[in-house]
Each structure stands twice: as structure tokens, then as C-alpha cells.
Ligand binder design. Structure first.
Ligand code: DAT
Ligand code: MG
Length: 148
């Protein structure tokens, strides 16, 4: 079963959106396999966003993502990487459709509420950056038979 890394960013935590965001992925039928509230160090932020190192907004991005606690999550389900990206909406909340998380709760590209891995490679990399193996739970939920 596929897994992805999702994270409520510092703005989402401050705006009391953790529950709302967890609820959307739970209700969809995905399974939570790991979660923690944590403050990202500058070193972890630079590793996490390494692909953007040369972009002009990199400094601001690192400053923002380390500015307060985030809620880091590992979610599991069929096609969860792509479906979670759809549920998040476009990077720029002003272009994200209503019904998506960024479309419903975001206003600016800087503070866009949620992060989600964009490919199997990035999911694997990001899950490894944020979680130790013993922080991820492998378990069977009773509702799985009613979802698939
Ligand atoms: P996503 O978070 O949708 O995967 P991304 O990987 O292209 O988007 O960029 C990572 C984050 O960087 C994004 O969530 C917000 C910030 N960002 C992207 N483009 C930006 C821009 N033009 N100006 C400021 N911040 C930007
Ligand atoms: Mg990205």
C-alpha cells in the first residue's frame, strides 16, 4: 500500500486547522500511520526543501517553515500520493479550487497551509527525513473492507 508525507504548516497549526485537515483524509478513507507535532530545525528545513535551494524565495520558505510547530503526518492508501495532492489543491491558494484545502483555507502562496509529497520518490525521502521506522504503525483497520 502506498504511503505519503503530509504536513500542516505553521500557519495551519496557528489557525486551528489540524483537526479539519486530519478529518478530510480520514473521511476520504486513508489511514493515518504516523503523526507528531514538532518544530523543524533550519537544517531539516533545508534538506526537506533542497530542490528549491536556488529559488529566490528559499530563505523565506525556510524561515516560515521553522517559525512555529508543524503537524507531520504519514498517511497510507491506494494512490494516496496523487489523491492527497488533488485534495490539497494548487500551490498558489488563489488558483486552488474551492473544495480543496488550499482553496478553502489559503490566501497566499507563502502561507498555503499544507505540504504533501509530489511523487513516490519524494514521499519515500520525506517520510525518511521526518519519521523513524518505529514511529510508523502498521495495523489493520476494521473499515478497510468497506473502503476497497
Ligand atoms: P508544493 O508545496 O505545492 O509542492 P512547491 O514544491 O513548488 O509547491 O513549492 C514549495 C513551497 O514553496 C510552496 O508550498 C510554497 C513555496 N513557494 C512556491 N513557489 C513560491 C513562490 N513563487 N513564491 C513564494 N513561495 C513559493
Ligand atoms: Mg513540492
Amino acid at each position: 500500500m502506498e504511503q505519503t508525507f503530509l504536513m500542516v504548516k505553521p500557519d495551519g497549526v496557528q489557525r486551528n486547522l489540524i483537526g479539519e485537515i486530519v478529518k478530510r483524509f480520514e473521511s476520504k478513507g486513508f489511514q493515518l500511520v504516523g503523526a507528531k507535532l514538532m518544530t523543524i530545525t533550519p537544517d531539516l528545513a533545508e534538506q526537506h526543501y533542497a530542490e528549491h535551494k536556488e529559488r529566490p524565495f528559499f530563505g523565506e520558505l525556510v524561515e516560515f517553515i521553522t517559525s512555529g510547530p508543524v503537524f507531520a503526518m504519514a498517511w497510507e492508501g491506494e494512490n494516496v500520493i496523487a489523491i492527497a495532492r488533488e485534495m490539497m489543491g494548487k500551490t498558489n491558494p488563489s488558483e486552488a479550487l474551492p473544495g480543496t484545502i488550499r482553496g478553502d483555507y489559503g490566501m497566499t502562496v507563502g502561507k498555503n497551509v499544507i505540504h504533501g509529497s509530489d511523487s513516490p520518490e519524494s514521499a519515500n525521502r520525506e517520510l525518511g527525513l521526518f519519521f523513524n521506522n518505529d514511529e510508523l504503525s502498521s495495523y489493520t483497520k476494521q473499515d478497510t473492507a468497506w473502503i476497497y
